[in-house]
Each structure stands twice: as C-alpha cells, then as structure tokens.
Design a protein around this ligand. Structure first.
Ligand code: GLT
Ligand code: MN
Ligand code: MN
Length: 388
C-alpha cells in the first residue's frame, strides 16, 4: 500500500486562482478573505504541491503601479525559493475586465483586440520571467450570445491571426515556451468558439506554427459538452498535443462546477489516470478546481490534498489493474489473435484487397461470440470499490 504522498515527480500543480478562490459565485459574495500570491504559494508548499500557475492578474492586479508590481514579484519569488515550488504554466486573464465583454481576440472592436494582444504580450513576458514553459489560452469570452453579432468564420480567422502572432512573438524573443489551447463549450459566453478539445485539435492544424501549439483539456469542460473526457485526451495524446491538463470534476448536465478531482465520476477519473500513466504523460497534472464555498482555508487545504491523494490512489488502482491476473486473463482472451487476418491488413495493395473481397466470413458465428465485457467491467468496479 502506497503512502499517497505527493512528490515532485508527480508534477501536481494548482493555479493561484484555484486555492485562491474566495468562494464568490454569481449569487453570493466571497466567503473567504483573499490571500496574497506569496501566501498561496506557502499554502501550496504546505500541502506538497510541485508547482503554481497564474494569470497575469492573479499575480499583478490590472491597475498595479510599477512599484507594487516589483514588490509583488519580489515576495512571490521569495515564496517560490522558500517552498521549492516552480511555475510551469502561465496564462492571461482575457475574461474578467469589462473591456472583454465582447471577447478579446474575437471582439468586434479592433481597439479591444489590439489591447488584448498587448495584454497577452506583457503576460507572456511575465510568465517567461518566472519560468513558465507552457502558456495557456482559455478564451472564456471568445463567443457570443447571438450569432447576429459576429460572423463565426471571422471569429475563427481572428483567433488564428492571434495565435500566429504570438507564436512569431515567442520565436522572435527566443522564448522556450509552448502554447496550450483550452476549450469550453459555454459559460461565461452563451456559446464559445472552438467548443471542445476536438475542435481545438483541428484548429491547431491550420496554424503557421502548429508544432508550438497543443491543448489543455479540462475534465469539467468536456463533461459540460456531454463528452467522454478520456477519449478526447487520448486523441490529444495520439496527436502529440497533450501539452497540459486541467483536472477537476463535474456532474454531467451542470454548469462548470470545477469540483475536487475525482469527486463525482470516480470511474471515468480512473480511466483518465490510467490513460495518462499508461502513456507516460510527462506534463503538469494541474488541478483547475476550487474548494466548496462552505470552506475556510483549512478546507482549502483539505481540497488540495484531496485532489492529489485521489490521483495517487487511482494511479495505484491502475497499477493493480495491470497486475490483476483475472483482469489480464480476460483481456488476453478478449484480444486473442491467431494472426489469420494479418494477410489483409497493413498497407493497401490491389492483391490484398482482391483476396479480402474473396474471403468467406461466417458473419453469424462472429456475431455470436460473447465478449465478456460485463464480467470485465464488474471486476473494474470491484477493484475501484476496494474488494479486490
Ligand atoms: C478560469 C477557467 C479555467 C481556465 C483558467 C485559465 S481561468 O478559471 O474556468 O478553466 O483554465 O485561463
Ligand atoms: Mn481550466
Ligand atoms: Mn472549469
């Protein structure tokens, strides 16, 4: 039995906005006093996190003076040194300020778009200054309430123009940074463009420097869209585009809940962890979630520890799955292959296609074979429920 203690090699990270959430929601005022960025780093150090991520304005308020900026960065750096935490990822807040009410890169007003570019350039500089190697773009306001207001093709072109511009900027500055695009289907906009990780993966291929751009899928966002998160992540992995991941949890059919990782859908969280571990995902395991509004900062620590602990427990379960004789015997049986069909696969040739067309298949016999997935799935359930 493992001790489930987070270690640097697990690369568990939290955003300043996650443990720093003060419990505000659309219906109610904050329930926690705000902590400074440095204090949040100390809190994360205490619970054993590896890294801390931030939006430009999580760290430096949008209206900070140069002197305030300097002091905040000094305190933040000191907290990083004292705790050993690193900054693997940074991002821009392009959604909170009223100036972004019609979007940032997709806003109809060119002055707003230019301001969004300017803000992003400064934010990339700040992220790089503090060591970030991954830069996330989450376009929460890049959408619309009415399609009368904006041509969706124009919106996509504007997004492409922005990403091409920032890639060139990073190259020009010699920055060692990659970009990760995060999708969400809606909220805060009525609809958000490039609504899912799948949309993002297709969009990335249209960029001038697609090699610099990957995805940052978030559990809650894909679940909001009713999708199987693990499948989306698998597609990103297969494409070499899983640059970052936002772990949290979400009941299907709800607004963005950003719950503690694995709190709601234990089984899908298990398959997700298993996938990440099976394929040796090497990036940050970022918990983009926050504690219930009912909690004080002890509850925030419970929340943060819970995210990491559940991940490690599920990682252990994935290992148990790999070592479980009965499960592995079933999988071997399910995947049995005597090689008789090999002649038909591989690269296409005219001969292979002719041979395949002439081959007699006993369709009824094939369909008649029971696949034992019921048995297999029950074994997984029992493993997860702790009776195996
Ligand atoms: C915001 C959003 C998250 C994004 C963050 C990065 S901001 O909290 O809900 O999903 O990852 O911009
Ligand atoms: Mn997120
Ligand atoms: Mn979310």
């Amino acid at each position: 039995m493992a001790d489930y203690v987070p270690k640097p090699e697990h690369k568990f990270t939290f955003g300043l906005w996650t443990v720093g959430s003060v419990g505000r929601d659309p219906f109610g005022a904050p329930t926690r006093e705000p902590l400074s960025p440095a204090d949040l780093v100390y809190l994360l150090g205490e619970v054993g996190a590896y890294g801390v991520n931030f939006h430009d304005n999580d760290l430096i308020p949008i209206d900070a003076t140069p002197a305030e900026r300097k002091q905040i960065i000094t305190d933040f750096r000191k907290a990083l040194e004292n705790t050993g935490l690193v900054v693997p990822m940074a991002t821009t807040n392009l959604f909170y300020d009223p100036v972004f009410k019609d979007g940032a890169f997709t806003a109809n007003d060119p002055r707003v778009r230019a301001y969004a570019f300017q803000k992003t350039l400064h934010a990339i500089d700040l992220g790089v200054e503090l060591g970030a190697k991954i830069y996330v773009f989450w376009g929460g306001r890049e959408g619309t309430e009415t399609d009368a207001a904006k041509d969706p093709v124009t919106a996509i072109k504007r997004t492409r123009e922005a990403m091409n511009y920032f890639c060139e900027y990073a190259i020009d500055q010699g920055y060692d940074i990659k970009f990760a695009l995060e999708a969400k289907p809606n909220e805060p906009r009525g609809d958000i463009y490039n609504a899912t990780t799948g949309h993002m993966l297709a969009f990335i291929e249209t960029l001038d420097h697609s090699e610099m751009v990957g995805v940052n899928p978030e559990v809650a966002h894909e679940h909001m869209a009713g999708l199987n998160f693990t499948h989306g992540v698998a597609q990103a992995l297969d494409a070499g585009k899983l640059f970052h991941i936002d772990l949290n949890d979400q009941a299907f059919g709800r607004y963005d809940q950003d719950f503690r990782f694995a709190m709601v859908n234990i089984k899908s969280a298990f398959f997700l962890v298993k996938l990440l571990e099976d394929y040796g995902y090497n990036g940050s395991r970022h918990f983009d979630a926050h504690a219930f509004r009912t909690e004080d900062y002890d509850g925030v620590r419970d929340f943060a520890r819970g995210c990491m602990r559940s991940y490690l427990i599920l990682k252990e379960k994935a290992e148990q799955f790999r070592q479980d004789r009965e499960i592995q015997a079933l999988l071997a049986e399910i995947n049995q292959d005597d090689g008789a069909m090999d002649q038909f696969f591989g690269d296409f040739t005219k001969e292979k296609a002719s041979a395949l067309k002439a081959h007699p298949f006993d369709r009824v016999a094939l369909a008649g074979r029971g696949l034992k997935y019921e048995k297999l799935d029950q074994l997984v359930i029992e493993l997860l429920l702790g009776v195996r």
